[in-house]
Design a protein around this ligand. Structure first.
Ligand SMILES: *Cc1c(COP(=O)(O)O)cnc(C)c1O
Length: 381
């Protein structure tokens, strides 16, 4: 075996020894939150497609119409010829929704954070970041060469202490967090973060990947100057965005490398996102269902009320998470185990996500199955 394959094999063996090796399962998703795997149909409590818009006929029709009219690809980066006519409409709608002057759509949420943070911060600057923030915020931080200082999850006194001690030593500063934490389902205290940012001359950045469309926009969001997110969760498709002031967006069009040096999204994807935002506006009751379903589940288990469609069930060890996930699969439910490094060491879990079409009887049955394997604790507690 050559050294490259030996390197790969040894790395994989080390992961396998810790129950951390991952395999991809072929998953055919169908409407009503079903996933077909290895010939079996499971009810999925693991999709981020909270409103199931990825398979909604209206959204599919919009994507097909855009493909027929504009083709399957953008044909270049948006700075060259990839800026097809649908982009302006999507960006106008995103900005309106977030209450900002402008917006910029990126290839994905990962690309948005990878481009945004280095466009704002350099080596003389500092990023204060919640320790549980998404991998792409850390990637953007690394690419920026800024000093990165993590604060304990949602701990505003820890952030205050850090800002007081460290902020003065740097030129520019950003405070980054998530509106809804992707693996824990809890929400950031945006009011306090906005106030601390103002007090310490820092710019607040929120990642709303799991909020858009399914969690009511908190009023404090208006005081957050950098609001990014993704079109791949409740929006149902693909792409990322940053909503901000006109000068900030103009700067990103010029300096965000993941924007400048990457091809525009396919027209179908942009059209699907526009149709999805339109759907949100016309169907508020339907959009409230994932959170209501999550609450039905947390009530059934005697947990604190869910604040988002994401409810973690912490097992601690990766092996326990895998075993529990398998047990639920045997009963017909797909609840994927989430293991390190996606979550901190010792906090492996099942991440239960709720969608609009889950039936009450399935939610109750899942809760019953989990109660049978108690004790359960949630991440934030
Ligand atoms: C999914 C996710 C992203 C990445 O978005 P993609 O569009 O899938 O690249 C970013 N941040 C958070 C919090 C996420 O959950």
């Amino acid at each position: 075996m050559d050294s490259l394959d030996r390197f790969a094999s040894e790395k994989l063996a080390a992961l396998a020894a810790r129950a951390l090796r991952r395999e991809l399962a072929v998953s055919e998703r169908t409407p009503d939150a079903r996933v077909r795997r290895a010939g079996r149909e499971l009810i999925s409590f693991s999709c981020n497609d909270y409103l199931e818009l990825s398979t909604h006929p209206e959204i599919i029709a919009a994507a097909i119409a855009a493909t027929t009219r504009y083709g399957v690809g953008a044909g270049g980066s948006r700075a060259v010829t990839g800026n097809h006519p649908l982009y302006a409409e999507l960006e106008t709608r995103l900005a309106a929704r977030k209450g900002t002057a402008d917006a910029l759509v990126f290839g994905s949420g990962y690309l948005a954070n990878s481009g945004l943070i280095p466009a704002l911060l350099g080596k003389d600057d500092v990023l204060f970041v919640d320790e549980l923030a998404h991998a792409c915020i850390w990637a953007g931080a690394k690419l920026s060469s800024a000093r990165v200082l993590a604060f304990a999850h949602n701990d505003m006194s820890a952030l205050t202490v850090l800002l007081e001690a460290e902020r003065p030593a740097y030129r520019r500063a950003v405070i980054a967090t998530e509106t809804v934490f992707s693996m824990d389902g809890d929400c950031a205290p945006l009011e306090t973060i906005a106030a601390l940012a103002l007090e310490h001359d820092a710019w607040a950045l929120t990642d709303d990947a799991h909020g858009l469309g399914v969690v009511p926009i908190p009023s404090a969001a208006q005081r957050i100057p950098l609001q990014m997110g993704t079109l791949s969760k409740a929006v149902g498709g693909y792409g990322g965005y940053v909503c901000a002031s006109a000068p900030v967006i103009a700067l990103l069009r010029n300096r965000a490398r993941s924007f400048v040096y990457s091809t525009g999204l396919p027209p179908a994807t942009v059209a699907a996102a526009i149709a999805a935002l339109d759907f949100f506006d016309r169907n508020p009751d339907y959009c409230a269902r994932p959170l209501a379903n999550a609450r039905r589940f947390t009530r059934a288990l005697g947990l604190p009320d869910a604040t988002s469609p994401i409810v973690p069930v912490i097992t601690g060890s990766a092996t326990a998470a895998l075993t529990l996930s398998q047990k639920l699969a045997d009963a017909g439910y797909l609840v994927t185990a989430i293991r390190p490094p996606t979550v901190p060491e010792g906090t492996a879990r099942l991440r239960v996500t709720f969608s609009a079409s889950h039936r009450p009887e399935d939610i109750d049955r899942l809760a019953d199955l989990l109660r049978a394997v108690a004790p359960i604790r949630i991440a934030a507690s």
